[in-house]
Design a protein around this ligand. Sequence first.
Ligand SMILES: [Zn+2]
Length: 90
Amino acid sequence: MENRKPLPMTVCDRCDKDTSWFTMSWFNTDYICQSCNDQEELHPDFSFAKDVELAYVKIGNYNYPGVGYPGKDGRLSEEFKQALIEELGL
Ligand SMILES: [Zn+2]
C-alpha cells in the first residue's frame, strides 16, 4: 500500500463546477459548493434532512450517510420520512 496524498478538492460533487469553498451536504456525503449549499437550504426537505442527521448524531451514529438528496425539484417520499420519524422519534 503506497501512501497517496489526497487530491485537492476543486470540483463540487453536485454540480461539477470548480470551486474553492466546500461544505458537506445535509442530505448525503457530497461536498458541495456555495451555490449548491444555498440551493439545498431552500429545499423543502432541508430541515427534515437536518433533523434526521442531528437525531442520529444524538444517538451516537456519526456515520449516517444522510437521507439522500432527492434533487432540486424532487422530494423525499412520505413513507420514507414517516419511517424515520418513527424510528428517531422526531
Ligand atoms: Zn455545486
